[in-house]
Design a protein around this ligand. Structure first.
Ligand code: AHG
Ligand code: MN
Ligand code: MN
Ligand code: MN
Length: 335
């Protein structure tokens, strides 16, 4: 039984003992993410008051126009993790290359790398719609004490040690997993403390929501077109409801609570879809599986894909297990 009013800080300490994280390093790292989340939350909340809305006039490595909050969130997360010398490397959606963190301290033995999407759904910033942050943590492969290499970041998702997201929504929540289920914490902004509000989150086995950018319908593969038509057909518990925010974090969060499927397929204009395997799909897939859901590219389990490059994109089907199974059947011509 979870005691009421447990804070994220208390939860991290309790679980450090329970799961025997050998050095407490992972706990310190999650604590640093908790701190960065509060800083970014503060910036996102006051975005309309000061001049931090809108674009910076730069294009990032993804070919997207960067928003000021993309840049700011990226800086805050990198600064917080770097200053605490808590990781040996960071890769970010907003950075062309990974960052190797060389400690001043010779005894510095950090073994974790972090991959982040600092601000997810950035096209929603200027219109006051929920955005998020996604993070993914791996143990490095190369020897401790040496500079990290690309190999440390190009690990399949099954190697993740922890993953989570922060949703800056009607309330701000931090949701994460260390491979022992998914727990959600809601920020009390008055005192700056996250409380355990959603213990052991689970996707319902099936649901009635499908989330896909239907504006791209003409460009979708036949399997996705057929699945969308299936969702819309009047039969059994259908038609389903269409809900698409355009922030993966928010669409995922709603679907995990209510039951649903999120799809960002490949298309005739984006041969690998849009979402990034390392910063978006792997962490969300780890969370989905830990919450009794499923994530695939239509054919393969996301977590088993061997990444080839840092900013690799992949088609993404994620959510309630039975709905993802059904969509996969359509993709594979079995429906
Ligand atoms: P980001 O803001 O980190 O670049 O991610 C945007 C992603 C994701 O959050 C969202 O689900 C998707 O792009 C929306 O894309 P479309 O506008 O093409 O539907
Ligand atoms: Mn972006
Ligand atoms: Mn994103
Ligand atoms: Mn982003």
């Amino acid at each position: 039984m979870q005691r009421k009013n447990k804070t994220l800080g208390e939860f991290i300490i309790e679980n450090q003992v329970e799961f025997q994280y050998s050095t407490g390093e992972l706990s310190k790292l999650i604590n640093a993410i908790r701190l960065a989340a509060k800083v970014v939350n503060h910036e996102v909340n006051k975005a309309g008051l000061i001049d931090i809305l809108g674009g910076v006039g730069e294009t990032n490595v993804q070919g997207e126009s960067q928003q000021k909050l993309d840049v700011l969130a990226n800086e805050k997360f990198i600064q917080t993790l770097t200053n605490r010398e808590i990781v040996c490397g960071i890769a970010s959606e907003e950075e062309e290359d990974f960052i190797s963190i060389n400690s001043q301290d010779e005894n510095h033995q950090n073994k974790y790398v972090v991959l982040i999407d600092p601000l997810d759904g950035s096209s929603n910033i200027d219109v006051n719609v929920s955005v998020g942050t996604i993070f993914s943590i791996y143990r490095r492969i190369t020897p401790i004490g040496t500079p990290v290499t690309l190999e440390d970041f190009l690990q399949p998702g099954i190697n993740q040690v922890a993953a989570g997201y922060i949703i800056y929504g009607t309330s701000t929540m931090l949701v994460y997993t260390t491979g022992h289920g998914v727990n959600g914490f809601t920020l009390n902004p008055a005192i700056g403390t996250f409380y355990l509000s959603h213990p052991n989150m689970q996707f319902p086995e099936t649901g009635k929501i499908y989330s896909v950018n239907e504006g791209n319908y003409t460009h979708f593969p036949q399997g996705v077109k057929d699945y969308i038509k299936y969702c819309q057909r009047e039969e059994g518990d259908r038609p389903y409801t269409s809900r698409y925010i355009g922030s993966l974090v928010s669409d995922f969060h709603r679907n995990m609570i209510k039951g649903g499927i999120y799809i960002y397929p490949k298309s005739s204009v984006n041969s690998d879809g849009k979402l990034r395997l390392l910063y978006e799909c792997n962490p969300m897939a780890f969370l989905a599986e830990q919450a009794n859901g499923k994530a695939s590219d239509g054919f393969r389990r996301i977590l088993e894909i061997q990444p080839k490059e840092l900013h690799q994109r992949v088609p993404f089907f994620c959510g309630s297990r039975k709905m993802v199974d059904k969509a996969e059947n359509f993709m594979q011509g079995k429906a």
